[in-house]
Design a protein around this ligand. Structure first.
Ligand SMILES: *Cc1c(COP(=O)(O)O)cnc(C)c1O
Length: 384
């Protein structure tokens, strides 16, 4: 029996010819496709600016740098995310801390955030809410707190491209300073590797473009000295080479045309799962009325009190049935590296409790009904 992966990209002939066209053109990188990709995604999200980079992690890193995170500053996020969210703040030399999740949404708990803000004498300079599995965080509330406590907001929307929060596209940055996307093949659209930072702030936009390319500027407006001549450029801060290629950008432009279709298909498959699982002893993925989630992941939580099996037994049964289950995520603070930094088990109890019971099931636009039925049958078999 064929193995069903938990995630898979959707590539069609149009994607392939868009990439091949770039290979025949003059520009493999730093060319017009990158500018076009930024423009179409900014338009799609309703944001003013977009900066394309080599990965979602690179996007998080330059967003943190542009928000002013350095040694002596502090950033907060939730433990229920991919390690890159927290790592990006550490790259800047900043201190980090975590805020627990709300088990009802699996996103940052606004009451826990409020509580921590009011009690801690070290306030965050940056907060990174993660739209877990695609469901937007309560951005209006978090934005309100950012005004009161003066922190910047970077949305980690690596799961949420195409999502809609209270009528606003995720990435519009209406309630944040910047929003970050990833185009890894497991995500809702892909460029192979790639990422993007969205913003409405021109100053942030200028910083992002400099950090992407070595901290170099060619615009006299941003130079410290008078240009020596028309060849002149200046490195004004320590940046990286985080550029994406035109080859990747062309794939991104082509994929974006089908993003809404991909996300509609994901939602259709989610509804099929939900219906099939309504009687099982599991907690279904959260949904919210005023939010359209593009469902990057379909995560169930086992009601371990009601089933006579461990999560590992259920997981292994599914794996042995040829089904690519996964676990998103091991809470960041439990990784040995973070334990060495002093983060203790037990402090973010909801994230840990979630982790004990969570399993990610296969979900991607090309998942066929018959393959999905195999997943459903296997889960029903092990849980009944
Ligand atoms: C995928 C992901 C990232 C990192 O993106 P890459 O493109 O793989 O570097 C960061 N945060 C979250 C929540 C992600 O899912």
């Amino acid at each position: 029996m064929d193995y069903i992966p938990y995630a898979r990209q959707s590539i069609d002939e149009e994607d392939i010819s868009a990439v091949v066209d770039v290979l025949r053109s003059d520009w493999l990188t730093q060319g017009p496709k990158i500018v076009e990709f930024e423009k179409v995604l900014a338009d799609y999200c309703g944001a003013k600016y977009a900066v394309a980079v080599s990965s979602g992690t690179a996007a998080l890193h330059i967003a943190c740098l542009s928000a002013g995170l350095t040694k002596g500053k502090t950033g907060w996020t939730t433990p229920l995310t991919f390690a890159a969210t927290a790592n990006s703040m550490l790259y800047c030399g900043a201190e980090i801390d975590f805020v627990d999740i709300d088990p009802a949404t699996l996103n940052i708990s606004v009451p826990a955030l409020k509580d921590k803000l009011s009690k801690r004498h070290i306030k965050p300079n940056v907060v990174i809410p993660v739209h877990f599995a695609g469901l937007s965080c309560d951005m209006e509330e978090i934005y309100g707190l950012s005004k009161e406590y003066k922190f910047s907001i970077i949305e980690d929307a690596c799961h949420a491209i195409g999502g809609i929060y209270k009528g606003l596209k995720v990435g519009s940055c209406y309630y944040s300073d910047m929003t970050v996307f990833s185009f890894h093949p497991a995500k809702n659209m892909t460029t192979g590797e790639g990422g993007m930072v969205m913003t409405n702030d021109e100053e942030l936009y200028q910083k992002l473009t400099r950090y992407r390319t070595h901290g170099i500027t060619r615009d006299p407006k941003f130079m410290i000295n008078q240009p020596d001549g028309s060849w002149y450029y200046e490195q004004t801060e320590l940046g990286m080479n985080y550029r994406i290629t035109d080859i990747q950008a062309a794939l991104g432009i082509s994929q974006l045309k089908r993003l809404d279709q991909f996300n509609a298909k994901r939602n259709e498959l989610v509804n099929r799962y939900d219906k099939a699982f309504s009687e099982l002893p599991i907690i279904l993925p959260p949904k919210q009325e005023d939010i359209f989630s593009p469902f990057h992941l379909y995560v169930i939580r086992l009601r371990l009190d009601k089933i006579k099996k461990t999560r590992k037994e259920v997981f292994d049964f599914m794996k042995n049935a040829g089904i690519g289950v996964n676990v998103h995520y091991i809470p960041v603070h439990l990784h040995p590296y973070y334990q060495r930094l002093g983060f203790k088990q037990g402090e973010w109890a909801e994230s840990e409790r979630y982790y004990e019971s969570a399993i990610t099931l296969p979900l991607f636009p090309l998942l066929t009904y018959s393959d999905q039925d195999r997943v459903i049958a296997a889960l029903c078999k092990i849980l009944n």
